[in-house]
Every structure is written in C-alpha cells, then in structure tokens.
Design a protein around this ligand. Structure first.
Ligand code: FDP
Length: 342
C-alpha cells in the first residue's frame, strides 16, 4: 500500500500554488510569472550545459550542427526569457541587462499588472571556463495607469518588489526565490525536468565564514573600504579572519555565502566610482532574498532596498550577506556610500 505523506516530493509548481493559497485575494498572475521563469530557467540550463559542446560542434563561420547561427549565450538567454514571458498576459513591460531600454509587450499580446527586470546570464565572462553563471530576476507591480509599462514602473525602490530570485547553473541547477514569505530553493532534477524543493526557508548564518571581494582593486579603494576589508581579514580590531572565496560570478559567490554565511562586497573604486553591479536587476533581487533569509544588504550608506533608482542600468556599490558582517561594513564606512577621495 502506498503511504500518503504531506512531505512527499514538492515541485516548484506545487509550492507556488500552495503559497498562492495563503493569499485568497491572489489572481494567480504572479504564480504564472514564476512558472514561466522556471521554464525559461530550464531552457537556459540546457543551453549552458551544452555550451562547451556547441563550441566544438559549431563551425568557424559560427554555424552549429543544426545550421543555426551561433549566438553568444547571454544573448540567447535574454531571448529565451523575453519569449517565455511576453505573451502570458501578466507583464506590462520588461527590462534586461542585455537591452538599453524598456522591452514592451507586443500589441497582439495582453498586458498585465507586473513588470519584470532581469539579468539573463550574470557572470557570463566565466562561461568559457566552465564556472557557474546565473540568472537574476525582480518583479514589481505596475504603478502607472496606461496599458503599457513606463519607465516609472521600472524605476521603483527594491522594497516594492513582490518577488525576486536567481537561478544558478552549477554542478546542479538551482532556483531560489522569494515572494516575501521566506527564501526557498529548488534543485532541478534533470531526469524528470522538474525543480524540486530542496532548501525550504533558507537562513543565512548571522556571522560570516567567507569573504568574497576582488581585492586586486585595493589600490583604488577608499581608506575606509580598506579598513573594512582589514577587519574581515582579521587584521583589525580582533575580528576573526574570514576565509576568502571569490569566483567572480555574483550568483555563485552570493549563493555560497547565503548557504554557508559570509559577505560579498563590490565596493566603489576610482575606476568604477558608483560600483559595478546593477541596482535594479542584480542588487535589489539579491537584497530581497538575503533579507528574507535573515541577512542584510547595503550600498555602504543605506539599505539597498531603500535606494531610489533614477536610471534603468544604475550601478551601486554592494555589501551583502550575513547580518553581522554587513553591520560591520556600515559602522566602519560611517555611512559613506563611496569613495571619499573621488
Ligand atoms: P561579469 O562581468 O562576468 O558579468 O555582474 C557582473 C559580474 O560578472 C558579476 O557576476 C561579478 O561578481 C563581477 O561582475 C565581477 O567583476 P570583477 O571582474 O571586477 O571582479
């Protein structure tokens, strides 16, 4: 006889439906956005997995074995997401790291009440060397009245996100998302093509174990940033030394620190005085997730989720991870967002 238990396999679809049931007013549109994203993630995972092979199989004149013109993987990932998301009637606009302006929903499709911002393939410079890359996404509600989404809908502070998440294409593919009720992780089981709940209610340790920063920029940092890093390395104020781990692929570094405890920092430097990472589709979604997991994220001076964006591709310095490590950065930086010297 089959034993029926409440804890049997939970697919991402079932989890999304169960979360939706907690909100009797929900129309199911946000759930639809999340399913479509999970589908896009599976399609991208498939491309990422065969990326090395595609290079071998493709001829020098950029044709692959099926005669398709080869595209860079990040362009491909962008296209996969746009095509998976534009026709569901749930979105009124999108924005992507790969495109300069608003991506409008074509006239022949219905427009919905959500806006999607995403980085289709973050860390793509790592693809050629088989290092994990990721997709990051953020969903906000439309605030303007017209049919189409406008810039005002895209430029909302991160605290207004209704959902956010990332997918990591690593030794396994995982999707982690939040709708404001904790951060939950799902691992793709390739044999059945389903994301299965593997990390319910993720909690980031309050103290960090790892430090992820590209310290080759040290000469370009402000003195206070150098001091923060000296604390993390155990060289100042008897803070215990963290272990350095830097993949250089934001999603991979963030994911490790989320599960094991740590801090990822990309401070401003004289070369990139406003930081490198993008506020709307990198920092904001990861900040929403980390806060839901009990961690924190600041730009040096203020909470990332409170920053008022003024441009679509705005950059920001970022300190994100375990609560106590982020608090330390805030104290040592003394509320200064960037370089005093610049
Ligand atoms: P990439 O340029 O490879 O796309 O978001 C951009 C990003 O990678 C992050 O994934 C990564 O954390 C960071 O840049 C690495 O920058 P540095 O090479 O300057 O350390």
């Amino acid at each position: 006889m089959v034993k029926h238990t409440a804890t049997s396999v939970v697919t991402i679809e079932r989890f999304i439906i169960e979360e939706e049931r907690l909100h009797p007013e929900a129309t199911g549109e946000l759930s639809g956005v999340l399913y479509d994203l999970a589908l896009a993630a599976k399609m991208i995972a498939n491309k990422v997995r065969s990326a090395g092979l595609a290079d071998i199989l493709g001829s020098a004149d950029t044709q692959n074995i099926q005669g398709e013109v080869q595209q860079k993987l990040d362009v491909m990932a962008n296209e996969i997401i746009v095509k998976a998301m534009d026709h569901g009637g749930r979105l009124c606009a999108m924005a992507s790291e790969e495109e300069p302006g608003i991506i409008q929903i074509p006239e022949h499709f219905k427009c919905g009440k959500y806006v999607l911002l995403f980085d289709p393939l973050d860390g793509s410079s790592n693809i050629d060397v088989n290092v994990p890359v990721g997709t990051i996404f953020s969903v906000v509600r439309k605030i303007t009245r017209g049919r189409h989404g406008e810039m005002e809908d895209l430029l909302q502070p991160g605290r207004r996100q209704v959902a956010a998440g990332y997918v990591i294409y690593g030794s396994s593919t995982m999707m982690v998302y939040t709708t404001g009720q904790g951060a939950h992780g799902f691992t793709l089981d390739p044999s059945i093509g389903e994301f299965l709940l593997s990390h319910p209610n993720i909690r980031i340790p309050e103290d960090g174990r790892y430090l992820s920063v590209n310290d080759s920029y040290e000469a370009m940092w402000d003195d206070r940033v150098r001091s923060v890093m000296r604390h993390y390395r155990g060289l100042e104020n008897s803070h215990r030394a963290l272990s350095t781990r830097y993949v250089g692929s934001l999603v991979a570094d963030f994911h490790r620190n989320l599960l094991g405890g740590g801090i990822f920092a990309y401070p401003a430097n004289t070369k990139t005085p406003r930081g490198k990472l993008r506020l709307l589709y990198e920092a904001n979604p990861l900040a929403f997730i980390v806060e839901q997991a009990g961690g924190a994220a600041i730009d040096g001076a203020q909470r990332i989720l409170d920053v008022l964006p003024s441009e679509l591709h705005q950059r920001t310095p970022l300190y994100i991870g375990s609560k106590n490590e982020v608090a330390l950065a805030r104290t040592v930086l003394g509320g200064e967002r960037t370089l005093a010297a610049v």
